[in-house]
Design a binder for this molecule. Structure first.
Ligand SMILES: [Cu+2]
Length: 151
């Protein structure tokens, strides 16, 4: 086989692998409403899987009064403390900067009619990881869910 043909073949194989990896990636669509709940409260994933979380806010209220995000947090974090600290972090999309190392993934804030998304690699460690909306008061109102990482 000529070298050029070999290279072409290898590139084709790499490309095919890339495309199939991309296509295998799952997107989880979540809706947040004025009742301050996510309509999806459990996401199952395998260790190291790449997933996309897509969040849409349905609301007629102004964004300053009602917006949502999805923040996936490491499972050794005190969630009440994180939510309280984040409620004061308006200039940082309501994510307390002290906790940046504990954030596995976070979307931007979505006001009514907006959709935001984040693509990330699920932790390799099996376990339950909580995700919350860090807009002030929403976690306390029950705006949370669990990312279950298992084989
Ligand atoms: Cu919210």
């Amino acid at each position: 086989m000529k070298t050029l043909t070999k290279i072409t073949l290898i590139l084709a194989l790499i490309f095919t692998g890339f495309v199939s990896t991309t296509m295998a990636q799952r997107t989880i669509e979540i809706v947040g409403t004025d009742n301050m709940k996510f309509d999806v409260t459990n996401i199952e994933a395998t260790p190291g899987e790449e997933i996309t979380i897509k969040l849409t806010t349905k609301s007629n209220l102004p964004k300053q009064a009602m917006a949502h995000n999805v923040v996936v947090v490491d499972n050794d974090v005190d969630m009440d403390a994180f939510a309280n600290a984040s409620a004061r972090a308006r200039d940082n999309e309501y994510i307390a900067s002290d906790y940046e190392e504990d954030i596995i993934a976070a979307t931007n804030l979505a006001g009514g009619g907006e959709t935001v998304e984040v693509t990330f690699t699920v932790p390799k460690e099996i376990g339950e990881y909580e995700y919350i909306c860090s807009f002030p008061g929403h976690y306390a109102a029950g705006m949370k869910g669990t990312l279950s990482v298992k084989n």
